[in-house]
Design a protein around this ligand. Structure first.
Ligand code: URA
Length: 245
């Protein structure tokens, strides 16, 4: 049997995005809400979100506690949930039209530099967020890189061997050269400015950086920069399965 998980009726409806606490309170008083086919007129009535059938104005609601989005991060915003003078990825999501009943609980999984674009997973699933960032999990992240100078064949070995960057030694990484100044790099850690610093160590400079995958999750190339979409059930399942290995 599913575990009991009770919550006030008005909070449940507000979390579901049905309306503000005030609006849903009015709906409840107006007898628009039923629980297990019985009209409930008390906003404080406790519902079991795992088993109760809740109907609002004829529509049955399904409770969702976790939300997962992929954002194609544009350059010019910081990976933060704190409001400040510089736009954040949360501002980008709002501008792109994200309406999540648990918006304030969402946070990005890891950080991308202000000028880095590409895949950013945003979720309120704290356990998954924590696991994907845990150094012990060695989660792979792949980046598309454009450089100012020619990428040398000899750089491949330098990336593979693990690089001494002064304050830490980067773990072995994969470098696949596409052409003179374009490559794919896969790392299994996420230190500050890591890819830029690895190329600097090879006397080169990153002029464009875009993350294209994280674990088994791939950036949906149909997303314009600045756009987001919810993860599919299959993507969420695959991420969790990979994570639990
Ligand atoms: N490495 C970098 O240098 N920057 C990023 O944003 C991500 C990885």
């Amino acid at each position: 049997m599913a575990e009991k998980n009770t919550i006030r009726l008005d909070k449940y409806l507000a979390d579901m995005g049905v309306g503000t606490r005030k609006e849903v309170g009015r709906m409840i008083r107006n007898q628009a809400v039923s629980v297990n086919d019985v009209v409930v007129r008390d906003s404080a009535y406790k519902v079991d979100i795992n088993s109760d059938k809740i109907i609002v104005a004829g529509n049955e609601l399904g409770y969702q506690s976790f939300y997962y989005y992929m954002l194609n991060k544009p350059a010019g915003c910081i990976t933060s949930t704190e409001k400040g003078p510089t736009p954040t990825v949360m501002d980008v999501l709002r501008t792109a039209g994200l309406e999540c009943p648990r918006f304030d609980e969402l946070s990005p999984v890891g950080r991308l530099d202000i000028d880095t674009e590409g895949l950013l997973l945003i979720t309120n699933d704290g356990a998954l967020n924590h696991d994907l960032l845990s150094p012990a999990k060695h989660v792979k992240k792949t980046y598309y890189v454009e450089t100012s100078e020619k990428i040398k064949d000899s750089d491949i070995k330098k990336f593979n061997d693990g690089m001494d960057l002064g304050d830490f030694v980067a773990k072995p990484a994969d470098l696949t050269i596409i052409d003179d100044t374009h490559a794919l790099v896969t790392i299994s850690e996420g230190k500050f400015h890591q890819i830029k610093r690895m190329f600097n160590k090879c006397e080169n400079e990153v002029v464009y950086l875009k993350r294209i995958s994280m674990a088994c999750l791939k950036l949906d190339e149909s997303l314009e920069t600045g756009d987001f979409r919810e993860l599919t059930d299959e993507e969420i399942k695959a991420l969790k399965e990979e994570n639990n290995k």
